[in-house]
Design a protein around this ligand. Structure first.
Ligand code: CA
Length: 427
């Protein structure tokens, strides 16, 4: 497995002629250049762009893309993705002769509508967060929280792509069948235990033919990059429906994706080794490679913010309710997920989305990626500014994820945000 290299495009002193990109703390400095899709106010046409500072560069208007189909971009070979990054950095660097022409291809982010970065064909959700799997397992099986397959198989299920929406798309509280404690039969009612799940989304670029597994050494060549992802979950519906086939309607009512794909090329400086704890079973060969051990993980700091309708009305800022990290939380890497997903010959296609699963850190409720863990199954509410308390989410609550990669000697890059508000149940 060869990873995207660290090169001159990651130099921390590199600056852009777009001044907003040079500001401290900017999510989208010239070292980032995430891919997304946008539409101008007077147009129904989606266009592929790259975020830079507070602007988006239209790839077609800049002469970098032949036609509007984002699949063309998703299917680029790793070397062509790298060449595109080099052209972008050359043209966006301070002093570039391309500045005059490319200035006409810029649009302010504040004036465009951002869409899903691509059409999501299929969506698979994994369960790589071992601290989450352990904490949730403990609620049901205190003596044996992790099921015996967990350290052998990257567990996943096939989710629903039709209700994956871009950040900022609010959704109604789902209704469904729940079994009240002690009742003889279930009832249909609005979900009373609505939750979020802090995840990252891997966007598939090039696909694989049916019947042709992707070896772990080639797996990352099939992944474009990472997004922030919220797998909203109806815990009471889930508890009643999940056995024996897993989650279904407790998940498929809404899932929220951030609009920007941070590419594996941009993430090159933030790779980390991926060690398995001592005593864990040895990996089966198709899930193991030296490169995956040395640099399979990606260090992304993740924050969860909550603000309620009452907090917004009173002028309170969103409260950070959890802080986690992808590399600390994940038992399986992106390359392992692709290798496992295709080991049976399953075909992945450009634009498929692989959710990681809930990325709770090892540090308990302050690092937990769901209200189920933060509130200890609904028993320990959190306090919010203005005196409100929460176990699960109420109508009007807005949950926002942010993500950032930082490392000494490199420019920090961000993921934008993944945010949506819970609307009341319909009917
Ligand atoms: Ca999930």
């Amino acid at each position: 497995m060869s990873l995207a290299p660290i090169d001159h495009t990651h130099a921390p002193q590199l600056q852009s002629w777009i001044e907003s990109a040079n500001a401290d703390g900017c999510d989208f400095p010239i070292q980032n250049l995430p891919w997304g899709r946008f539409r101008e106010a007077d147009s129904s046409e989606w266009r592929m762009g790259v975020a830079i500072g507070d602007q988006v560069l239209d790839l077609r208007r800049a002469g970098l893309l032949d036609h509007a189909d984002p699949v063309q971009l998703l299917q680029l070979l790793p070397e062509d993705r790298l060449a595109l990054r080099h052209r972008l950095v050359e043209g966006l660097s301070r002093g570039s002769p391309k500045a005059v022409r490319w200035a006409t291809a810029l649009r302010p982010l504040a004036q465009v509508r951002l869409g899903l970065p691509c059409t999501i064909g299929d969506y698979t959700d994994f369960y790589v967060g071992i601290h989450h799997a352990t904490a949730v397992g403990r609620l049901f099986r205190p003596d044996n929280p992790l099921l015996p397959n967990y350290k052998w198989v990257p567990i996943g299920y096939h989710g629903r792509a039709s209700t994956v929406t871009v950040s900022g798309t609010d959704f109604h509280r789902p209704c469904g069948q729940v079994m009240p404690a002690g009742a003889a039969s279930p009832v249909v009612q609005p979900c009373a235990r609505l939750d979020f799940e802090l995840e990252m989304g891997l966007v598939v670029g090039r696909g694989n033919a049916q019947g042709r597994p992707v070896p772990i050494g080639e797996a990352e060549a099939h992944v474009v990059g990472l997004t922030l992802f919220n797998d909203w979950s109806a815990r009471d519906i889930q508890a009643w429906e999940y056995q024996p086939l897993g989650p279904f309607l407790s998940k498929s009512f809404a899932s929220t994706l951030s609009p920007w794909i941070v590419t594996l090329e941009a993430l090159a400086p933030f790779r980390r080794g991926h060690a398995r704890p001592e005593g864990d079973p040895a990996l089966l060969p198709y899930l193991d490679s030296p490169v995956n051990r040395e640099a399979g993980a990606i260090d992304v700091a993740l924050d969860v913010w909550l603000d309620t309708a009452a907090m917004r009305a009173a002028g309170h800022a969103p409260q950070r309710i959890s802080a986690s990290n992808y590399a600390d939380a994940a038992y399986w890497t992106a390359a392992q997920l692709v290798a496992h997903h295709t080991v049976n010959g399953c075909a992945l296609n450009p634009g498929d989305l692989l959710g990681t699963g809930t990325l709770s850190g090892p540090g308990g409720r302050e690092q937990a990626g769901s209200m189920l863990e933060i509130s200890d199954g609904g028993k320990r509410p959190i306090e919010l500014p203005g005196g409100e308390r929460r176990t699960f989410l109420q109508d009007g609550d807005r949950v926002t994820f942010t993500g950032r990669c930082s490392r000494a000697g490199y420019r920090s890059i961000g993921f934008g945000s993944c945010s949506a508000t819970v609307l009341p149940a319909v009917g």
